[in-house]
Design a protein around this ligand. Structure first.
Ligand SMILES: Cc1cc2nc3c(=O)[nH]c(=O)nc-3n(C[C@H](O)[C@H](O)[C@H](O)COP(=O)(O)O)c2cc1C
Length: 174
């Protein structure tokens, strides 16, 4: 047990998830205790799950617990979704809690804790009206979004840096 505030990090199935350890390190340096949720697809090779479990000292939560089992994590003091996919943002906004990750997000908004999102969505998908509506709806619920990030390589083959630490800054923004 610890007195540190507890941060939920929700990881979705985008390519940049491979670097999620950077976010965990930054959060721990800012004195957060971290517990990771991952979508079932994200668990399918998008990041090094064993390394994340070692880093956080806790199992990753991806499946619903069995009835009667205790909640493995304490309630969150804040939530970060990084990377956030097109799929998860749309399901979250629509209230479709068909994975533990999205169910946790749906519940978090009702808890009134700060929630920060680092989207990683290709421009062609971000142009879909459902996505635009989802982002607007979630913003209206108080969810804080970082600027769009498309995840695609820029001209010359370089990918813009994914601003992991920005998620932690957003938690404290007004
Ligand atoms: C290698 C790879 C990279 C992907 N990158 C992205 C991405 O950056 N953003 C996104 O929205 N979907 C991306 N996808 C598609 C998602 O994985 C897919 O929509 C999935 O259903 C998302 O599930 P989740 O939202 O439950 O994590 C990628 C898929 C693959 C195979």
């Amino acid at each position: 047990m610890t007195d540190k505030p507890f941060l939920y990090v929700v990881v979705c199935a985008a390519g940049v998830a491979a670097d999620v350890s950077k976010l965990i390190t930054a959060a721990q340096e800012r004195d957060w205790e971290v517990g990771v949720f991952a979508s079932p697809t994200a668990m399918n090779g998008f990041f090094d799950a064993a390394a994340v479990e070692t880093q956080t000292g806790r199992p990753i939560r991806s499946a619903w617990r069995r009835p009667g089992d205790p909640r493995p994590f304490p309630a969150p003091d804040a939530v970060v979704v990084a990377p956030a996919t097109f799929n998860t943002v749309n399901k979250w906004a629509a209230g479709i809690a068909d994975t533990l990750a999205v169910g946790t997000l749906c519940e978090a908004a009702g808890r009134g804790v700060p929630i920060a999102v680092l989207p990683c969505v290709a421009e062609a998908l971000a142009a879909h009206p459902a996505y635009q509506d989802s982002v607007a709806r979630l913003r209206g619920m108080g969810v804080r979004f970082a600027d769009p990030y498309a995840g695609e390589a820029q001209v010359g083959g370089e990918r813009r840096e994914f601003g992991w630490e920005l998620a932690l800054d957003l938690l404290h923004s007004p």
